[in-house]
Ligand binder design. Sequence first.
Ligand code: M6R
Length: 609
Amino acid sequence: MCGIVGYIGSENSADIVYKGLEKLEYRGYDSAGIAVIKDDKIHIRRSVGKLINLQKNIKNNPISGFIGIGHTRWATHGKPSEENAHPHTDCSGKIVVVHNGIIENYIQIKQQLQKEGHKFASETDTEVIAHLIEKYYKGDLFNAVKSALKDIRGAYALSVICSDDDSRIIVARKDAPLILGVGKDENFIASDVSALLAYVRDVIFLENDDIAEIKKDSIKIFDKNGNEAKRTVQKILWDAIQAEKCGYKHFMLKEIYEQSQTIQDTFRGRISVEDNKILLETVKISKDFLNKISRICIVACGTSYHAGLVAKFMIEELTSIPAEVNIASEFRYGTPVLNGTVLTIFISQSGETADTLAALKLAKEKGATTLAICNVIGSSISREADNVLYTHCGPEIGVASTKAFTGQLTALYLLVMDFAIKKGTVSEDKLAYLIKQMWDIPIKVTECLKQSEQILEIAKTFHMKKQFIYLARNINYPIALEGALKLKEISYIYAEGYPAGEMKHGPIALIDENMPVMVIATKSKVYEKVLSNIEEAKARGAKIIAIANINNKEIIEKSDYQIFVPEVDEMFSPLINVIPLQFFSYYVSTMRGCDVDQPRNLAKSVTVE
Ligand code: M6R
């Protein structure tokens, strides 16, 4: 949560920092602010609400300077207000801090500093950092930051400037991402690469406990022992254009339409239809290991958790290895039975989700082998895990995950097929069939995307409803959960996903003519069962929207509205069936006038627990 940006060079830092914040606004949008140094003075502008308010503020009261830092906030400590917006300053107003993370012991530090005479202007945990730095400041900002960090417990990505010295920005990170963009006679700081793409391709991912001094023509990084550290400069191949809306009204819509490409990008170079092979270079899981493991334990949050639920079906069907799926925030505080015979898989688009990261650390402590499926290169989870399999979806900006989800499913199909080959649990013929199915998915997705008009019409009928039930069975049950989550998060309509066969054990009592029911009824071994569940809901007055295969005539009689999708093997059907549900939520949300890309109370990257 929260995004931070910094710039030092020969351009107007306020402009560059603002543009960077625009790219990070998905990380939080309660308030925003920028600080620059000009003529040995700090100049700060802060505004409540979306970034556009900060832009208006700066337009009315312009600021400029060759060194600046900025922040876009997702409130944790203290309501969204101008006082609580970053940057925060010390008592003298000379030292300015932006921060992403949580300082766990801020109350104790604040009380101590107040006793020592420091005056606080906000309710935030961050402000203690500015005052602590002030306390230790003896003319050298780097040393003061270093001393202050010794007193702090918690997670942070920090950028600090001081009006006494406009030649450097001091940054530090622990359990929150911070990336340095390496330019020529200018350098950049950001919470993620999307803010840097317009300026640089060479980046450095800071490690935990690093502190760095950023000047316009040099970067010096020090590790936790105070030794100067060499960190690899990595090239980012993401296209800047991927982080733009490119004519679409919202990022979410663009990202839905990108899925045919992003699925293909995720399997490109990793499967070969000609010689029936899967090649996952970064996954060092051997045949021997797979033969000896007792189970696979998947951990994730939100949409990534739903990808994990689909993976359980694939794993058990194709490899016969028992699999379980856990919500990270529960798993980390439970007593999971883990040891060297368990493979743990962590799924995270951002690679920064605090609960998933903590669960990964716990699994490592307990001796389990770890594997991460992430979209963001160099993210904390991807670096912490023993193995990483990246999805190649490019930046996902919309808070509601779409292309990252289908990218995760694609990566999981590849992984499970790889395991099945190694374990010898699929025949050559079956493998050839599965690989061909995967290969054809992008074409099927393109066909599916053409149904958008039909879905728009259905959304017009239902967009004012107050509640929804999503039903499916078996491998599509997680897609019902995902469809309901999409609707909840961007339309604020109460929606629940259920296994269709579970309805009669209680939830069917909710059904009457005011309860629309979305049912996934594509070809599968449970298709007939789903039809019976449709009858049960219909008999109680529900309006049924069915997702069914093209050419299914029967469904027209059974349901009130139909969304037709191309037929694929049941195993791959989640990749197709989720797409109409994404469109449906999108259209309902726009018709209700909701903020699709930045829904209330949410942020893209959940770096608090
Ligand atoms: O970055 P992650 O995949 O770890 O994020 C997990 C969830 O926060 C995320 O999937 C969230 O549920 C999305 N808003 C869903 O659209």
